[in-house]
Ligand binder design. Sequence first.
Ligand code: KIV
Length: 284
Amino acid sequence: MSSHAISDNKPHNEKPSRRLTSADIAGRKGGEPIVCLTAYDAPTASVVDEHCDVILVGDSLGMVVHGLPSTVGVTLDMMIMHGKAVMRASKKALVVIDLPFGSYEASPQQAFESASRVLAETGAQAIKLESGAYAAETVRFLVERGVPVMGHVGLRPQAVNVAGGFRAKGRTDGERAEIMHEAQSTVAAGAFSIVVEGVAEDLAQDITAQIAAPTIGIGASAACDGQILVTEDMLGLFNWTPKFVKRYGDMRAMMSDAIGAYARDVRARQFPADAQIYRLKAAN
Ligand code: KIV
């Protein structure tokens, strides 16, 4: 018995809980829907981890946390910093970290250098990359070298400057064929699952029916093998909500009410009150 086992206070028959793996998620094709949300920080990750199978540290953090106009300005160092926070606060979900714009497109070698840094420095077990048609070679290169890859087709936010904005895809025959090809080649190259974002509903259904890996929909279809949203969007943190988001909370109103009440208390010298202050200890 190793010293590690001796120092463990758990009863001998208790199975240690383990994180879901990319293989577990791949095995859910056509089965129980895969529940995914984003998280970029420790407190959010700890709550998401209680309910979800996958936590995505998405490069959407550039817009949601850092106030950038798109995901194009996000760096690998930002992804690694947020990825570390999410890993510290989660223990059950598979954590997937986005490779940001500019960190993987130049060559499979560049992608491997970025992906291996992400996995080694954060301890996360998988990366996601936006997988246009050109990306199959890179996906294969990564998977063969031990990097589990989640693909991402349809609306690809990192391509916003070519697409001319964030608009739904796959609504013409030409676009449908292109997106189906991207999905098939990404999965044939070894991706364990694939995000399908902002596409016509029946195209998402067709992709889900035709590829062997689970599809994770966002603005896609309830027929996908799983769903993902940006947590802050579904919590209602922003004034504007995209069409494909259902608001499950009204966090902006809750924060504004609480912060407004605090501001009023401070201005009226009603905070701190007795319950929040320290007094001299009574002498013995
Ligand atoms: O960056 C992100 O959060 C994403 C999801 C919305 C799929 O890519």
